[in-house]
Design a protein around this ligand. Structure first.
Ligand SMILES: [Zn+2]
Length: 411
């Protein structure tokens, strides 16, 4: 078996599901255990300054074999999503020849080729699949396995010349905590990549700008028979507010670069009602326009129902990394070249969400996202071709070695 596959199959044995409801950091103890195992493995491979800090972040340095050039960082996350169980993952290798895949004979769980058209691209490859009762954990243990295998390759005596590489394994990415305590200056990279994307060739350097509007509506209850001119029905005002928003700008009707308003919740009755609305937009000006529109609607409703009926707080959550990355486009260009050098045509797409890389980019560490090779993350139908994992190790090798080469300067 290949080194990257061996590692992957080993890493997914340990359940490192992160838990939103937990009050500890990391949110589950097995993430610390996984980190300890990684520390041992990386020390065994001879990396420098291998450590696990008090928050569970594991970092290590692959020393340069060529002077000059920038310090490149690679980040992957140790936790898996709680959307589907990550306990006792029973992975299996399938030499895929086309058609549907029977994942579980006893439970008759089938991965149907009609439901998952990408399977056509996997014909002739060896797929790692689940038994249909858990996720696979390729998100992001495939990334972890690829980066550790890269480290092994770069530490070998016959490794191609390369600059310094710093690697980090982060906890709690799936519950938006991946960068909470990450020490960016301490990490010491000039720029970095997360290896946390889907099908091979995916390359992402654009995320949403995101905010949440929390809306409180104060009503006035009066016997409905005597309510004329007196009642303010908070629940009805909530419906009115939602009805003023452009109906086509909802998640269900949008894709690509189209932003949306997403009604997250409504709770209430006549006297009082609360709403939460998520705002998402790639473009900074349109993002501001979304906020202005919501505030304008609140003013309109207050004009109609009385000052103080609607009060709104809009809190920013995260921002698009694109404006940061655009100042360092070499980082994207080098990734494109590395994919092409391995025979993969990269597929650049906007993320309709946020990434750890976006938070790092905004904090000063430009950090696009690269594919792992996996499909159907957070699903019982998650799978990954072995060939894609092996190819990603090649892509990462090309990428690392290209920085600091003649003609490729500091970013
Ligand atoms: Zn992930």
């Amino acid at each position: 078996m290949s080194a990257v596959l061996d590692r992957f199959l080993d890493y997914i044995q340990l359940d490192t599901t992160s838990r939103e409801e937990s009050e500890t950091y990391p949110s589950s103890p097995n993430q610390l255990e996984f980190g300890r195992r990684l520390v041992q493995e990386l020390q065994g491979l001879g990396l420098n300054q291998v450590r696990q800090d008090e928050h569970g972040y594991v970092t290590a340095i692959i020393p340069a074999t060529r002077e000059g050039g920038p310090v490149l960082g690679l980040l992957t996350h140790m936790d898996t999503s709680s959307a589907v169980s990550g306990e006792q993952i029973q992975a299996r290798l399938v030499e895929y020849m086309g058609g549907s895949i029977l994942l579980n004979e006893t439970k008759q769980i089938v991965m149907r080729s009609e439901d998952f058209p990408f399977l056509a691209d996997c014909i002739g490859k060896t797929l790692v699949v689940t038994d249909g009762t858990t996720l696979l954990g390729a998100d992001d243990k495939a990334g972890v396995a690829e980066v550790v295998t890269l480290a092994e390759r770069l530490m070998a005596p016959d490794a191609p010349p390369h600059g310094e590489v710093r690697i980090a394994f982060t906890p709690d990415e799936e519950i938006s905590g991946g960068t909470r305590y990450f020490d960016i200056p301490g990490f010491g990279a000039d720029f970095a990549y997360t290896v946390d994307g889907g099908p091979i060739g995916e390359l992402e350097y654009e995320t949403f700008n995101a905010a949440t509007a929390t809306i409180e509506i104060s009503g006035r209850s009066i016997h409905p028979g005597a309510a004329k001119g007196k009642m303010v029905n908070a629940a009805a005002v909530a419906c009115e507010l939602q009805s003023i928003l452009p109906p086509e700008e909802q998640p269900v009707f949008t894709e690509g670069h189209q932003g949306f308003y997403h009604l997250l919740s409504v709770h209430g009755e006549v006297e009082h009602c609360t709403m939460k609305i998520a705002l998402r937009e790639h473009d900074g000006e349109k993002f501001q326009a979304q906020k202005d529109r919501l505030n304008g609607i609140a003013q309109t409703l207050n004009g109609r129902w009385g000052e103080g009926t609607v009060s709104m707080t809009i809190r920013d959550q995260y921002y698009n990394m694109r404006p940061v990355i655009e100042k360092h486009m070499e980082v994207v260009d080098q990734a494109v070249s590395a994919f092409r050098a391995c025979g993969i045509e990269p597929h650049i797409q906007p993320v309709r969400g946020g990434t750890d890389g976006a938070r790092l980019s905004l904090a000063g560490l430009p950090c696009p996202n690269l594919s792992t090779g996996g499909y159907n993350f957070h699903s019982r139908f998650e799978c990954i071709p072995v060939e894609s994992m092996e190819c990603m190790v090649d892509v990462l090798t090309k990428l690392v070695c290209s920085f600091g080469e003649e003609g490729v300067s500091h970013v």
